[in-house]
Write a protein that binds this ligand. Structure first.
Ligand SMILES: Cc1ncc(CN)c(N)n1
Length: 219
């Protein structure tokens, strides 16, 4: 069995919980309250600017040039999506961009720093596994929502970002890199990769949950 098949099998129950979350169900129905989506947008923009840098950092640590180029590209794309959030969706959904409103809140903070510390202190295989749910879960959730979305969904344009062919291509490549690295690695590293993949998947869950409940630092 490929490393990625086992990785997805490990998180399958969690993925079912993600699909059932009110944030995802209401996003799909187009009934998600704007305030919750605005909080999500603010946090996601902050997440993406750090996520892009983590991907570029993984690129810089890659010994194979093809992998380095690909991760630099992934990093660049994350920052392009972040820019699109500001130029399009922040305006469309009237998201406040003032510093005090868009401060990084606890779950986003933890997710960013989990990825950064994994990239900095763990083997590169583990770092690649840690960033993989950011690709794979979004693709699966994007496909699920698009297949079931209600007509005239106010969030449709944003949903389409994660269900398109371009995004799917990137996801395939990221999974293939993780599989290749796992194959050329030890069982001990493969286990660490599964653990990192599972932790990041849990953080994807927490990220949407925090947006739904607008979880902020205590004053
Ligand atoms: C929290 C989070 N994770 C993943 C993605 C998709 N790259 C995202 N936009 N935000």
């Amino acid at each position: 069995m490929r490393w990625s098949n086992q990785a997805w099998t490990n998180i399958a129950p969690l993925y079912d919980h993600i699909i059932a979350m009110p944030f995802i169900q209401e996003l799909k129905a187009g009934t998600l309250p704007l305030k919750k989506f605005q909080f999500y947008m603010q946090q996601d923009a902050r997440y993406l600017e750090h996520f892009g840098r983590v991907l570029a950092y993984i690129g810089s640590k890659s010994t194979e040039n093809d992998q380095a180029i690909q991760f630099f590209d992934f990093g660049k794309n994350a920052l392009i999506v972040e820019k699109a959030l500001h130029e399009t969706y922040f305006k469309q959904f009237k998201v406040v961009d003032a510093h005090e409103d868009s401060a990084i809140q606890p779950i986003c903070h933890h997710y960013i720093h989990f990825l950064k510390s994994t990239a900095a202190f763990e083997p590169i295989e583990v770092a690649v596994a840690a960033v993989l749910p950011c690709f794979w879960i979004y693709k699966e959730v994007g496909d699920y929502i698009v297949a079931k979305a209600q007509p005239n969904n106010p969030y449709q344009a944003w949903i389409d970002t994660y269900s398109g062919e371009d995004f799917a291509e990137g996801v395939k490549k990221a999974i293939a890199f993780a599989d290749k690295m796992a194959e050329n690695s030890t069982e001990d590293i493969r286990i660490q990769m599964w653990q990192a993949f599972e932790k990041a998947s849990q953080l994807e869950y927490q990220f949407w949950d925090a947006a739904y409940h607008t979880i902020r630092w205590k004053e």
